[in-house]
Design a binder for this molecule. Structure first.
Ligand code: GLC
Length: 742
C-alpha cells in the first residue's frame, strides 16, 4: 500500500471508529429509535420470535422451521436452550449475517445453578437467609454468563400452598412476605447492580400470574380467585421483582378467571405495564400463545397472536404464532404497528443494555468460561447455602449430632449413594458425577478408622422387599444408622403433579424393618416438595429434611449430621398430615366456628377424621441448641397511621452450642372490613448467638405492615386493635402483645 492510499484509509477507519464511538455514546433510547426506523415490519416481528435449541422444555411445535435460514433472514430475536461459548458464538455469527445484524439474546432456565448446582429454590427458601440466596443466584449468573447466556428464566416467584403441584420446588413456598423478599434477592443476585456486566444475566420474574394456584395442584390447570386474593397473595412477589429492577417477565400457562394469562390485558397491560409502569419485556411461556386455541380463547394462531400482542405479550416462545400471523394482521389493520413497535423497543432496549450491539460476543469468551466454570470457590458457596437450607424436624434424646469416631455407621436407603437425584429438577449443565452423595459426604467427614457400611434396601418406587434382608444385616452391624429416603429428582418439577404425596414405594416399610433392629436411626429425607411420612415422623428419633441440595449435598448434610454446622433451616411451606387437608397454610382464617379444643369439634370447622393442624408448620425447624424469648416491649400502646412503633424482645441462646434462630414476627388485624388471617408473617431476623449470649431484637411496625387489599382493591390500614406475636415457628408463638392503630 503506498502513502497515497494510506491516508484515505486511515481517515476512513478513524471516521468509522468515531462513528461507532459516537453511536455508543448516544442514549439507548436514541439508538433504539435509530434502529427501529431502519427495520421492515418482518424484521420487527422477527425480534418477537424465540426458538429453542435442540434441548426442549415443552411440547415440540408441528410447525417445521429452518432455524439457520430464519436467523439469517432476521426472523429470530432470541434463542433458548443453547448454551456454551462455542454454540452461542456459532449461532450469534449467523444472526450477524442478517441485514441489520441484530444480535440474539440467549436464554436458559438457570433456576438453581449452571454447572455448580445449588439447592432447589424451595430448599434455599428454608434458609431464610437473603444474602445466601442472593449470592447463590449471583454465582449461578456468573457461570451462566461465562457460558454465553444473557438471560435466565428465573426467579420463579409463584406462591403456592399445594404440595401436589410439582413446581413448588422452584419457588419460595407459601408466604407472600417471605416470597417477595426472596424474589427480590434473586433478581439482585442474577442481575448484579447494573445490567450489562459479563458476570450477570437478565432475570425473569415468572409465571405471571397465579400459576401456583392451579386447581387440584394439577400443573397447567385452571386458576380462579377473587381479585382481592390475587392482589394480596399472588402479585406482591412480582411487584417486588419489578422494584428490584427485574429485566423481564414471563407469563403463565393458566387461565385466570377464564382468561389465559398470555392474553390477559388486565395482568400485562393494566397492572404490569400500566399501574406498575414496567419498562422491561414479557416473554410468553413455552407455546402459551398458541395454547390459547386449546383454552378455547382463540380460534386459530392468527387470533391467538392478535390477542397476545394486544394483551402485552412481547415475545413468542416457541408457538410461532407471531412469525406466522403478525405481519399479515398488521397489514390487514387488525393489529396496530405501534403495538409491535412497543414490543420491539422493549426487546432492543435490553439488547443495547446488555452491550450486545457493541460486542455481540462479549459473553462468549472461551478462556473466561474455562476459568469461571471451574472455580472451586463456587462449590464452597454452594455447600454453605446447602447446609443453611437443611431443616431439623426431630432430634429426640439428642441422637444428633453424631460422633465422627463412631466404630461403625451404616448408610442405608435408595438415596444413600444417589447423585443425579440430589441435583433435583431444572438442572441445565451440571456435571452430576461431581455431585457429592450422602455416603461420600459421611465417608469424608468421619474418622478414617470408622467403618462406613452401605445397603440400598429398596428402590424409591416399587414394592420389592428383596433388599430388606441385606439392609437389616447392615444395620445390625452399626452403632448408628443413617437412612436416606425420599423422591427421585423427576418426581417433582414441571408436569410432576401428584395426587398422593406419601413417601413413595416401600421406603417407610424399610424404615420399620430397620427400626426393629433397635439401632438408633437418623432419617434424611430428600425431596422437591413436602411429603407425608407419618410412620417415620412418629417413630424415628431424628429427622433432617434435606430437599435437593445440589452439587455439595453430601458434604452439607454430613456437616449437619456431625455438628460441624448447627441446623438453622425453617420450613417455607406447611407439611400437611395428609393430602386431604390441602390447601393448608399457616395464615388461615378463624371462621365463625373455630376449633377451640380438638376434643370438641361438633358443629366446628373441622374434619371428623383428622385434626386441622399440619404435621409440620410453616416456620418450623429445630436447632442443636435452644433459644429463650423474653422481655417483650411494645414502644407505645397505640400509633396513628403516619407513625411507627417498635416491638422489641430479648433472645437468649439457652443451650450449649452456638446457633442461629429465625425469629418470626406475625400480626393479626383483629377486626376489619374483611376477615383477616389469624396471623401473617410481617418480619423476621436470622440471628447467630453463642451459648448463653443474649441480644435485644427490635422490629419496626409501620402502616405498610398493617395494610391489606380491601375488596375495592385499595391497599388500606384500618384503625383497630392488632395482636403482635413473636415465635420460633408459626405454631410456636413465644411472646405476644397488643397495640391499637388510631
Ligand atoms: C417451561 C416452563 C418455564 C420455562 C420455559 C422454558 O415450560 O414453564 O418455567 O422457563 O418452559 O424452558
Amino acid at each position: 500500500m503506498t502513502s497515497k492510499h494510506f491516508l484515505p484509509l486511515t481517515l476512513f477507519l478513524s471516521f468509522l471508529l468515531v462513528g461507532s464511538v459516537q453511536a455508543q455514546q448516544k442514549p439507548i433510547e436514541q439508538r433504539v429509535e435509530d434502529l427501529l426506523k431502519q427495520m421492515t415490519l418482518e424484521e420487527k416481528v422477527g425480534q418477537l420470535n424465540q426458538y429453542s435449541g435442540k434441548a426442549v422444555t415443552g411440547p415440540v411445535s408441528e410447525v417445521k422451521t429452518n432455524l439457520i435460514n430464519d436467523i439469517k433472514s432476521g426472523w429470530v430475536g432470541s434463542m433458548l436452550n443453547v448454551k456454551g461459548v462455542k454454540d452461542t458464538r456459532e449461532i450469534q455469527s449467523v444472526a450477524l449475517q442478517s441485514r441489520l445484524k441484530i444480535p440474539l439474546l440467549f436464554s436458559l432456565d438457570v433456576i438453581h445453578g449452571y454447572k455448580t448446582v445449588f439447592p432447589i429454590p424451595l430448599a434455599e427458601a428454608a434458609s431464610w437467609d437473603l444474602e445466601a440466596i442472593r449470592l447463590s443466584s449471583h454465582i449461578a449468573a456468573k457461570e451462566a454468563a461465562a457460558a454465553g447466556i444473557h438471560w435466565t428464566f428465573a426467579p420463579m416467584v409463584d406462591i403456592s400452598r399445594d404440595p401436589r403441584w410439582g413446581r413448588v420446588m422452584e419457588g419460595a413456598g407459601e408466604d407472600t412476605y417471605l416470597g417477595s423478599l426472596i424474589g427480590a434477592a434473586r433478581v439482585k443476585g442474577f442481575q448484579g447492580e447494573k445490567l450489562g456486566a459479563t458476570d450477570a444475566v437478565m432475570a425473569c420474574a415468572k409465571h405471571f400470574a397465579a400459576y401456583g394456584a392451579a386447581q387440584g395442584g394439577r400443573d397447567y390447570n385452571t386458576v380462579d380467585m377473587s381479585l382481592q386474593t390475587l392482589h394480596e397473595t399472588f402479585l406482591p412477589p412480582f411487584k417486588a421483582a419489578v422494584d428490584a429492577g427485574v429485566a423481564t417477565f414471563m407469563n403463565s400457562f393458566n387461565t385466570l378467571n377464564g382468561i389465559p394469562a398470555t392474553g390477559n390485558s388486565y395482568l400485562q397491560r393494566d397492572i404490569l405495564k400500566g399501574k406498575w409502569d414496567y419498562k422491561g419485556f414479557v416473554v410468553s411461556d413455552w407455546g402459551s400463545i398458541g395454547e390459547m386455541i386449546a383454552h378455547g380463547f382463540a380460534k386459530d394462531n392468527a387470533e391467538a397472536a392478535l390477542k397476545a400482542i394486544t394483551a402485552g405479550s412481547d415475545m413468542d416462545m416457541e408457538s410461532r404464532a407471531y412469525k406466522q400471523a403478525l405481519v399479515k394482521l398488521v397489514k390487514e389493520g387488525k393489529v396496530k404497528e405501534e403495538l409491535v413497535d412497543d414490543a420491539v423497543r422493549r426487546i432492543l432496549y435490553k439488547k443495547f443494555e446488555m452491550g450486545l450491539f457493541d460486542d455481540p460476543y462479549r459473553f462468549s469468551d472461551l478462556k473466561r468460561e474455562q476459568k469461571v466454570l471451574n472455580d472451586p470457590q463456587h462449590r464452597l458457596i454452594a455447600r454453605d447455602v446447602a447446609q443453611k437450607s437443611i431443616v431439623l424436624l426431630k432430634n429426640e434424646n439428642n441422637v444428633l449430632p453424631l460422633n465422627k469416631k463412631a466404630k461403625t455407621i451404616s448408610v442405608i436407603g435408595p438415596l444413600a449413594k444417589a447423585k443425579r437425584d440430589l441435583d433435583g429438577s431444572w438442572t441445565v449443565a451440571p456435571d452430576t458425577t461431581l455431585t457429592v452423595s450422602l455416603f461420600e459426604g459421611i465417608r469424608q467427614k468421619v474418622d478414617k478408622k470408622t467403618n462406613v457400611l452401605y445397603a440400598k434396601g429398596c428402590d424409591v418406587q416399587g414394592n420389592s422387599l428383596t433388599g430388606f434382608e441385606e439392609a437389616v444385616r447392615t444395620a445390625q452391624q452399626a452403632d448408628v444408622v443413617v437412612l436416606a429416603v425420599g423422591e427421585t429428582w423427576d418426581l417433582s418439577g414441571e408436569a410432576k403433579s401428584r395426587t398422593n404425596i406419601d413417601l413413595p414405594g416401600v421406603q417407610q416399610e424399610l424404615f420399620t424393618a430397620l427400626k426393629a433392629t433397635g439401632k438408633p436411626i437418623v432419617v434424611v429425607m430428600m425431596a422437591g416438595r413436602p411429603l407425608v411420612f407419618d410412620q417415620i415422623a412418629d417413630n424415628a428419633p431424628a429427622i433432617l429434611y434435606a430437599w435437593w441440595l445440589g452439587s455439595e449435598a453430601g458434604n452439607a448434610i454430613a456437616n449437619v449430621l456431625f455438628g460441624d454446622y448447627n441446623p438453622s433451616g425453617k420450613l417455607p411451606m406447611t407439611f400437611p398430615r395428609n393430602v386431604g387437608q390441602i390447601p393448608l397454610s399457616y395464615n388461615y382464617y378463624n371462621t365463625g366456628r373455630p376449633v377451640l379444643n380438638e376434643n370438641n369439634i361438633i358443629y366446628r370447622s373441622a374434619y371428623i377424621d383428622a385434626p386441622n393442624t399440619p404435621k409440620y408448620a410453616f416456620g418450623y425447624g429445630l436447632s442443636y441448641t435452644t433459644f429463650g424469648y423474653s422481655d417483650l416491649n411494645i414502644s407505645k400502646p397505640q400509633m396513628s397511621a403516619n407513625e411507627k412503633l417498635e416491638v422489641s424482645f430479648t433472645l437468649t441462646n439457652t443451650g450449649k452450642v452456638a446457633g442461629e434462630e429465625v425469629v418470626q414476627l406475625y400480626l393479626h388485624d383483629k377486626v376489619a372490613s374483611l376477615a383477616r388471617p389469624l396471623k401473617e408473617l410481617k418480619d423476621f431476623r436470622k440471628v447467630m448467638l453463642k451459648p448463653g449470649e443474649k441480644k435485644t431484637i427490635t422490629f419496626t411496625i409501620d402502616k405498610e405492615k398493617l395494610s391489606f387489599f380491601n375488596n375495592e382493591l385499595q391497599w388500606v390500614a384500618e384503625p383497630g386493635e392488632f395482636k403482635v406475636m413473636l415465635g420460633t415457628a408459626s405454631n410456636d408463638i413465644k411472646l405476644e402483645g397488643n397495640f391499637t392503630l388510631l
